[in-house]
Design a protein around this ligand. Structure first.
Ligand code: GLC
Ligand code: GLC
Length: 637
C-alpha cells in the first residue's frame, strides 16, 4: 500500500462507525448499500486528489484546530459585486491581505438558474462556476492563488434544493422516475395540504406556501423557498449518494469550508415545521464522516439560522457529543447584538446566551454582524419571559426600530417578509444604515456620525472578541450604504435583501487612509480589531464563552478561559452614556476568582484605567503575558 492508501485506510477505520451509524439512523435496512456506494466514491475521489490538497490534508491532520486559531478572520462577498468575475476576485486578493482576512466566502459562485436564482441559491451545477464568473480553469487558478496567499475558501453547498433547471429536475420533467424520486413530488394536493397545516413560510410575500404546481409534470413539487428551488428528498438514499458525491467534488476543487446551506430544512416530518428534525443532524454527520475519510482538509459550516435551542446541535452537541459541523453561524449572538444596541440593555442577551449549551471544544462559531440575508428576530419567548419582556413585543419593537419607525431610531433598514398572519417581520440593510451612519451623513450631523460609527465598531468588536471566526460582510469595511436602486429594479424589488448587496465601492478604496471620512474610519476600526485579535491566544476557538452580570445593565460582559491560552474578559458599553464598572467586583463576578490586576485593554493598550467605558466603547481585557511557558517563581515571604 502506498502512503496515500494507508492514510485513507486509517481514516476509514476512524470514521466508518460515524458514517454507518448516521446512515442507519436515516435509512435503516437500506443503509448498507448506500454506505458501500459512498465509500466507493470516497475512494475514487481520494485517488484523484491533487498533490497540493493531499499536503493540505496532512497539514491539517497535524493542526486539527486550524480553523479555531485567533488569526482566522473571514470576509464574505459576491463574486460579481466584489470583483466582476473570478479573475477580478483574484485581483482583489491584496485588498483581503491588507485587511488581514484569511477565510473568504464567495457567494453566487457556482452555475445558478438562468433568470431569477435567489442570489445564486438555485443551483444548476454544483461543481462548475457560473459562466458569467468564468471557467473551471479560472476557478482552479483563483483557488490556487487564494491558497498561495494563505486564504481559505468557503463555498456554498446548497443541500435542501436544486434549481428547476438542474439536470436532475430536467430529467424529472422528461419522465425519469429515478430523478423524480430525488425530489418531493405529489400527484394531488392531499399530502401537501397535510404538511402545510404545520409549515411556516420562509418567503410569505415572494413565495407563499411551500408547494408549487408544475403543469409540465402534472404534479405538486415541494418548494420551501422560491417556486424554482425544488427541495431534495433526503429520505431517498440516492439523494445522499448523489449529494455525497457533490460534496467530494467540491472538496477536490479545494474548498476548505463547505457551507451547508439551509441544513435545518433537509428532513421533512408530517405534523412538524419540518426544520431541525433529528435526521437533519444525521445528514450533516454522514457528510462530515465522508469528507473526513476522503478529504479531511475540508470542514463543514452549518448555515442553520434557527432559534437558540436548536443551534448548538449543529456543532454536534447532543445528549452525547457527535462529530457534526466544525463551525456554525452564531445567529443568536448577531441578533442579541442588534437587540442590545436598540435597547441599551444587556439582560435579555445575557439570559439568552447563557442558556445555550457550550459547543464541543473542537468546534467554533462564525460570528458576524451582517450577511447577505435578512435579520430574522430570533428572540426566544422563554428567554424574553425570563428577562421580563414580551417575546412578540420585543420582536416587533426590533423590526420597527430598525426600519426607523421608533422615536430616536437612526436606522434605515428595509422591512422583509412581513407576515400579516403571524405579525413577523425581518429586517434588511447594510450595517451603515442600521447603525445610523447614512442618516447622519444625510443630515450632515458630525456628532451623530461619530456615534453611528462607534455603534458599528461596538458590534464588530463583539463579533471579533467573542470567540469564533469573525466575518466581515463586503462593504462594511468601507461603511457602505444600502443600494436603494434595487427597490426600483423590477427584477429585484420583490426581494428587498438586494438593498444590502451593493457593488464594492471602488472609489472608497482610495479613501482608506483618510481618517476624516467614513471608509477610512471603518477600515481603521476593523484593522485595529484584526491586529489585536491576532495577539490574543485566549481567542482560540476551543474555549467556551460565559456571559457575566457586572451589576451595570448597560455593560455586556463576556469571559473566555482557555485551559492553555488563558483568559479574556470583554466589556461592551451598549448605551449612549458613560459608565464605570467596579474592578474589585469584576474578578469575582467572572466567577473564577480571577485576579485582573495584570489585565490591560488590548484595544486601547495605553488606557490608564479600564473600568471606565465611554458610550459604545468595547474593551478586550487580557493579561498580555498570559501565554507563559515558564512558570512564575513561587512567592516568598
Ligand atoms: C440560505 C441563503 C439564502 C437563501 C436560502 C435558500 O439561507 O443564505 O440567501 O435564500 O438559503 O437557499
Ligand atoms: C430563513 C432561513 C434561512 C435563510 C433565510 C433567507 O431565515 O432559516 O436559512 O437564510 O430564510 O431569508
Amino acid at each position: 500500500m502506498g502512503r496515500a492508501d494507508q492514510e485513507f485506510a486509517s481514516r476509514l477505520d476512524d470514521w466508518r462507525p460515524d458514517l454507518d451509524s448516521a446512515l442507519r439512523g436515516l435509512y435503516g435496512a437500506r443503509s448498507a448499500d448506500v454506505a458501500d456506494r459512498l465509500i466507493d466514491s470516497a475512494r475514487r475521489s481520494n485517488a484523484k486528489r491533487s498533490k497540493a490538497l493531499r499536503e493540505r490534508d496532512r497539514h491539517r491532520a497535524l493542526h486539527p484546530d486550524w480553523f479555531q486559531k485567533p488569526q482566522r478572520v473571514g470576509y464574505m462577498a459576491y463574486v460579481d459585486k466584489f470583483g466582476g468575475d473570478l479573475d477580478g476576485v483574484r485581483r482583489r486578493i491584496p485588498h483581503l491581505n491588507e485587511l488581514g482576512v484569511d477565510v473568504l466566502h464567495l457567494l453566487s459562485l457556482f452555475a445558478a438558474r438562468v433568470g431569477d436564482n435567489d442570489g445564486g441559491y438555485a443551483i444548476r451545477d454544483y461543481l462548475r462556476p457560473d459562466e458569467r464568473n468564468g471557467t473551471s480553469a479560472d476557478l482552479d487558478e483563483l483557488i490556487e492563488a487564494l491558497h498561495g496567499a494563505d486564504i481559505n475558501l468557503c463555498a456554498d453547498f446548497v443541500l435542501n434544493h436544486t434549481s428547476d433547471d438542474h439536470d436532475w429536475a430536467v430529467q424529472a420533467v422528461a419522465g425519469s422516475a429515478y430523478h423524480q424520486d430525488l425530489f418531493l413530488m405529489f400527484d394531488d394536493d392531499t399530502e401537501p395540504s397535510a404538511y402545510e397545516a404545520t409549515l411556516p413560510e420562509v418567503f410569505p410575500q415572494m413565495a407563499p406556501g411551500n408547494f408549487t404546481w408544475r403543469a409540465d409534470l402534472d404534479k405538486w413539487v415541494w418548494t420551501t423557498f422560491r417556486e424554482f428551488q425544488w427541495d431534495l428528498n433526503w429520505a431517498n438514499p440516492d439523494v445522499m449518494f448523489e449529494m455525497g458525491d457533490m460534496a467530494l467534488g467540491l472538496a477536490n476543487l479545494g474548498v476548505d469550508m463547505l457551507r451547508l446551506d439551509a441544513i435545518a430544512f433537509t428532513w421533512k416530518r408530517l405534523g412538524t415545521n419540518c426544520q431541525n428534525q433529528p435526521e437533519a443532524h444525521l445528514v450533516a454527520q454522514a457528510l462530515r464522516a465522508l469528507l473526513a475519510i476522503a478529504a479531511p482538509a475540508t470542514v463543514l459550516l452549518a448555515e442553520a439560522i434557527v432559534g437558540p435551542d436548536d443551534l448548538v446541535g449543529y456543532l454536534g452537541r447532543h445528549e452525547l457529543e457527535r462529530r457534526e459541523c466544525a463551525i456554525a453561524y452564531h445567529n443568536q449572538l448577531m441578533v442579541q447584538g442588534w437587540s442590545m444596541l436598540a435597547t441599551g440593555e444587556t439582560r435579555l442577551a445575557r439570559t439568552a446566551l447563557s442558556r445555550m449549551p457550550d459547543p464541543p471544544p473542537n468546534t467554533t462559531w462564525f460570528t458576524y454582524v451582517r450577511c447577505h440575508d435578512d435579520i430574522g428576530w430570533a428572540i426566544d419567548d422563554a428567554d424574553a419571559d425570563a428577562a421580563g419582556v414580551s417575546g412578540a413585543g420585543h420582536r416587533s419593537f426590533l423590526a420597527a426600530y430598525y426600519r426607523g419607525d421608533f422615536p430616536n431610531s437612526p436606522s434605515r433598514g428595509v422591512p422583509f417578509a412581513t407576515n400579516e398572519g403571524t405579525g413577523d417581520e425581518r429586517t434588511n440593510g447594510m450595517t451603515a444604515d442600521l447603525v445610523g451612519v447614512t442618516a447622519a451623513l444625510d443630515a450632515g450631523d458630525a456628532a451623530a456620525l461619530d456615534v453611528a460609527i462607534d455603534r458599528a465598531a461596538l458590534l464588530y468588536a463583539i463579533a471579533f472578541g467573542h470567540g469564533g471566526i469573525p466575518i466581515v460582510y463586503m462593504g462594511d469595511e468601507l461603511g457602505q450604504a444600502n443600494d436603494l436602486s434595487a427597490l426600483d429594479d423590477p427584477e429585484l424589488a420583490a426581494d428587498t435583501r438586494w438593498v444590502h448587496r451593493p457593488e464594492l465601492d471602488v472609489a472608497a478604496l482610495g479613501q482608506l487612509g483618510d481618517p476624516s471620512r467614513v471608509p477610512g474610519r471603518m477600515w481603521q476600526t476593523l484593522r485595529t480589531l484584526v491586529e489585536a485579535r491576532r495577539a490574543i491566544p485566549a481567542l482560540h476557538g476551543g474555549a467556551p464563552t460565559r456571559y457575566v452580570d457586572v451589576g451595570v445593565d448597560q455593560v455586556f460582559c463576556w469571559h473566555r478561559r482557555h485551559s492553555r491560552f488563558g483568559d479574556l474578559v470583554g466589556l461592551a458599553n451598549v448605551g449612549a452614556t458613560r459608565v464605570t464598572v467596579d474592578q474589585a467586583a469584576l474578578g469575582p463576578a467572572v466567577g473564577t476568582a480571577l485576579d485582573m490586576t495584570p489585565f490591560t485593554d488590548l484595544l486601547e493598550p495605553r488606557a490608564s484605567a479600564w473600568t471606565d467605558l465611554a458610550p459604545y466603547q468595547v474593551r478586550w481585557l487580557a493579561d498580555p503575558l498570559a501565554y507563559r511557558t515558564v512558570p512564575a517563581p513561587p512567592q516568598t515571604g
